[in-house]
Design a protein around this ligand. Structure first.
Ligand code: BJW
Ligand code: ZN
Length: 244
């Protein structure tokens, strides 16, 4: 039964290791807009028009305005029941072994950190880090709103958000950890992602091919549904607590 919560609950208890891949949908119930959802578009820009090195080169101020808006909203947001369920899942699995649970997230909002997950791999960076386009320095920056748009480094060069844009490689260490965990997963959960952005979405396919059972948690269909062992249709803030 593809929609059986009790069956997946039991499989989660019995299986080691477990990997969860999350996307913007897990933060939707915290009030953070998704990228491709109904109210995810800022001033009608699709993410492909803002989250690129080309957009930043052309208009850094515009791109920083988008990030400033998101940072302001996210700072006010709180982790929701879905985030908290993943903390509890990590706690329970870690009692079965140090590497029994890995959280792989595409999100840059930091809500998994604030909820309390520890073994987390951030594939697309972190909205609260900035990186200098001149000297390469990376630092944490939590100023909201930013005093100066676009912000500059002490060395005088432009700062950019510490995130991964389209056409850029993922951080190699994060990618290696995620790929290794996925290849050995027995259960692979795909939560709140449209699963259209690669290479992140490919982790689910690779885990499936390496023998993991695949579970999708999403109110909408995704391209991964046909290969999934479980498809639980609903908000993650409702479904995830029921899995524990
Ligand atoms: C709920 C819910 C609730 C709602 N509960 N769920 C053609 C084919 C294949 C690949 C490519 C291609 N052309 C180009 C590419 C590559 C490209 C790509 O994948 N493009 C596709 C879009 C076509 N990928 C890249 O460029 C990546 N890099 C790369 O490939 O490098 C290669 C390289 C190697 C060596 C040298 C150089 C290059 C990089 C991708 C980076 C993505 N970056 C972003 C921005 C991050 C920073 C920021 O946040 O500003 O990452 S884009 C954006 O999309 C963000 C997200 O992490 C990512 C995924 O989105 P996500 O999380 O899935 O969100 P949504 O909005 O799409 O979906 C939300 C879901 O939630 C929906 O399903 C809802 O139903 C659901 N939901 N409420 C649970 N309550
Ligand atoms: Zn600098």
């Amino acid at each position: 039964m593809k929609d059986s919560i009790p069956e997946l609950r039991q499989a989660l208890e019995e299986s080691v290791p477990v990997v969860a891949l999350t996307g913007a949908g897990i933060s939707a119930e915290s009030g953070v807009p998704t990228f491709r959802g109904a109210n995810g578009l800022w001033r009608n820009f699709p993410p492909e028009k803002l989250a690129t090195p080309e957009a930043f080169a052309e208009n850094p101020r515009l791109v920083w305005e988008w990030y400033d808006w998101r940072r302001s909203m996210i700072r006010e947001a709180r982790p929701n029941a879905g985030h908290l369920a993943l903390v509890e899942l990590e706690r329970r699995k870690t009692a079965q072994g140090a590497t029994a649970f890995t959280l792989v997230t595409q999100n840059v909002d930091g809500l998994h950190d604030r909820a309390g997950n520890r073994n987390t791999v951030k594939l697309h960076g972190d909205l609260w880090l900035v990186r200098c386009t001149g000297c390469g320095a990376v630092e944490r920056n939590e100023e909201v709103p930013l005093r100066r748009l676009p912000p500059h480094c002490r060395c005088g060069a432009l700062l950019r958000p510490g995130v991964v844009w389209f056409g850029e490689p993922l951080p190699p260490d994060a990618w290696e950890r995620a790929a290794r965990a996925s290849a050995s997963a027995r259960i692979f959960l795909v939560i709140g992602t449209s699963a259209v952005v690669y290479p992140a979405a490919g982790l689910a396919r690779e885990a499936r091919e390496a023998g993991a059972r695949l579970a999708i948690v999403n109110p909408e269909p995704t391209p991964l549904d046909p290969m999934a062992d479980w498809v639980l249709r609903g908000p993650s803030g409702e479904i995830l607590p029921r899995l524990l």
